[in-house]
Write a new protein. Structure first.
Lengths: 421, 251
């Protein structure tokens, strides 16, 4: 991946140097270390193994062209359901963050000026671990330059989901870095909604200590965005980590999820669904490392593609020696609504323990003619019948979502998306 | 109600003739049964009438109340009043039974230019009809046919029929895979829908379904044609003697 840093990245790192002057020690250390990672690793290139199906160019260009004016606010996950924290164009909009029983919420920019902070054990740390064996320099670039984000320390059982609603205007080019630490026995649900603008680089580092639960639902909207997201998770003993992403728009979206199971008897699920057409390019790149025994991991991805859009799935399960009784599962499926669209899948298993169950599968298919006839024979017009079968296809991935209310909200959103397209 | 004249059908993909001149005339309010050995073309007839892909009509016609069925899309045939109860109802994960039913009912109404059914009226109607078919609210909430037993799937077909109120109902081997109790329940559901205006075409291998859904007219189909028509006694003859004698007579 070695290459000299070009325009924008160098600019960002220079900018970083200015900001460092006002930073506290923990933040300064994290940023400097991340900047070193970027410089030594270089930026991703097309010839890199994990950038073979998705061109990184949009994330490397100094500027990105964007002429779409976006303004379609999304009312999903009604306010009663969750505490909402708003971002606009990558900047926190709340003067005062909500006091939520069971957790503390701070902004990164406030915490950055302190000399010591609990986030110092997480910020940039999980991202650094996640650089091996596959380099993810753009995530390191995020750590080195992000000044916006939330630091959420979960100490108890948080009843309502916490929702981050990040809305971007057309030309915005945002970098956000959130940290979540779920302490022993605590649990929380985080919902991310909003719309990306021209370009977004979002990193979420999540540490789940023993007996904790982290549920994550993410909605990715926006007509023409270029979005790169990374989730780095470290999951302790007997804990649950579940993340589900629904993407229904955008030009280029790459969601990376890198999970490290470090404690025995944990359960993780990374799942997602997307619907796109024409220039839509959607990439899920997942790397789950079983470093402990008796853990279960699931990867479930569904992509609905039409009119020349492209879906990519690169999913890996790495079972380290000693991670006995691992139960790994991975499925990626595409529903191709015409002959012009394509799905590129690279499932990988690498196993160094001898008492494990791991399975993987990948399929590409068209609408089932038998089911289509069944629906039409009941009077449902063809287009509506295809929508229902598309919903049916996606619903299987949504089953990964634990909360029935949130799953229903996602299904309703998919229904609405299908209706307007 | 339904007029089928000299219908010839072959498979689209291969040169295989399945229906070789079917003639049938079904009057309103009557229950017709079609019996026949495997491969005689019974199910194909039901598929061709309801508009399934993969079949080519080479000659002949089929009209429902004077409307040419063969030029319509499957959904238009449904809106015109045709209903096919499937031999193997399809499972649709993720789509709730109620959502599907409501979508079907209102799609048909829309196609016919009628006002859509309100959520309240629909719910009331479904609950009422489901009760008679011993379909509980759990079955209504579950995804379409997913995890349903054979009997539940067939009852669900009859529930759809009851909600859609078609004029012409075709039942394709509705008795297959059912035990006696389940068959009785399905038959009761069908019988409840019998009236002067509604016509049924019951396709079956066996007499036993016809003990519960008593037909007015029985047709015997073999090698793509109706070889004999008669009263209910014809079904008993098949039950006692098999098809061999009838086939001999017709050849």
């Amino acid at each position: 991946m070695a290459s000299s840093l070009r325009g924008d990245t160098a600019d960002r790192l220079r900018l970083n140097e200015n900001l460092l002057a006002t930073s506290g020690q923990w933040f300064k250390n994290a940023r400097l270390a991340a900047a070193e990672r970027v410089e030594s690793q270089g930026l991703p290139q097309r010839r890199d193994e994990y950038w073979g199906y998705t061109q990184p160019d949009a994330f490397l260009q100094k500027k990105i062209d964007f002429d779409v004016d976006l303004n379609s606010p999304l009312e999903l996950f009604s306010k009663e359901l969750s505490e909402v924290i708003n971002y606009k164009n990558g900047i926190l909009q709340e003067k005062k963050l909500p006091a939520i029983p069971g957790c503390s919420v701070e902004s990164l920019s406030d915490a950055a000026t302190l000399d010591n902070h609990w986030a110092g054990t997480v910020f940039g740390k999980l991202e650094a671990v996640g650089q091996i064996p596959v380099q993810r320099s753009l995530a390191a670039l995020n750590t080195a330059t992000a000044s916006q984000g939330l630091l959420i320390l979960v100490t108890g059982k948080v009843k309502k989901p916490i929702r981050i609603n990040a809305v971007c205007e057309g030309t915005s080019d945002t970098i956000i870095h959130h940290i979540i630490k779920v302490e022993r026995g605590a649990n929380v649900t985080l919902i991310e909604t909003g719309q990306y603008g021209a370009r977004a680089n979002v990193v979420l580092e999540v540490e789940v200590e023993g007996d904790g639960t982290f549920n994550h639902i993410r909605m990715q909207n926006g007509h023409e965005h270029n979005a790169l997201t990374h989730i780095f998770g470290r999951i302790g003993t007997n804990s649950t980590f579940k993340s589900f992403t629904l993407t229904s728009g955008g030009r280029l979206t790459r969601n990376e999820c890198i999970l490290d199971l470090v404690g025995d008897s944990s359960r993780v699920s990374v799942a997602g669904a997307c619907i796109g057409d024409e220039k839509f390019h959607h990439d899920d790149t997942v790397f789950v490392t079983h470093n402990a025994a008796n853990c279960e991991s699931r990867q479930v991805f569904k992509k609905v593609l039409r009119d020349g859009s492209v879906g990519v799935f690169q999913g890996k399960i790495l079972v380290k020696a000693g991670a006995q009784k691992t139960d790994g599962y991975q499925i990626s499926q595409s529903l191709l609504l015409d002959d012009n669209s394509q799905f590129l899948a690279k499932p990988e298993l690498e196993i160094y323990a001898d008492d494990v169950v791991c399975s993987h599968g990948s399929t590409s298919g068209a609408i089932d003619e038998e089911a289509l006839f069944y629906l039409r024979s009941r009077g449902v017009p063809k287009a509506k019948a295809i929508d229902l079968l598309t919903l049916s296809f996606i619903a299987e991935a949504i089953q990964e979502v634990e909360s029935p209310e949130l799953a229903d909200a996602l299904l309703a959103h998919v229904t609405a998306v299908l209706e307007v397209r | 109600m339904l007029e089928i004249k000299n219908l010839h059908v072959q498979l689209e993909e291969e040169d295989k003739k399945i229906l070789k001149g079917v003639n049938l005339s079904l009057d309103p309010g009557k229950v017709h049964a079609i019996m026949g050995p495997n491969g005689s073309g019974k199910s194909t007839l039901s598929y061709v009438l309801s508009g399934k892909k993969g079949y080519e009509v080479t000659s002949g016609s089929a009209h429902l109340e004077g409307n040419d069925l063969l030029v319509m899309d499957p959904e238009e045939r449904a809106a015109a009043g045709l209903f096919l109860a499937f031999q193997y109802p399809v499972e649709i994960p993720g789509v709730g039974n109620m959502t599907f039913l409501r979508s079907a009912v209102n799609s048909q109404r829309k196609l016919r230019g009628e006002p859509e059914m309100t959520a309240g009226d629909f719910l009331k109607a479904v609950r009422d009809k489901a009760k008679h078919l011993k379909i509980d609210s759990d079955m209504l909430k579950r995804p379409v046919n997913v995890g349903f037993s054979g009997g539940e799937k067939k009852r669900n077909e009859i529930l759809q029929m009851a909600m859609l109120e078609p004029k012409m109902c075709i039942l394709d081997e509705t008795d297959s895979g059912l035990d006696v109790d389940a068959m009785k329940l399905v038959a009761e559901g069908v019988n409840a829908l019998r009236d002067k205006k509604r016509t049924f075409l019951v396709i079956t291998h066996y007499q036993r379904l016809l003990d519960h859904i008593k037909p007015d007219i029985v047709h015997i189909m073999a090698a793509g044609r109706i070889i004999k028509s008669g009263g209910p006694e014809l079904a008993l003859e098949v039950e006692n003697n098999g098809y061999a004698k009838l086939l001999e007579e017709s050849s």
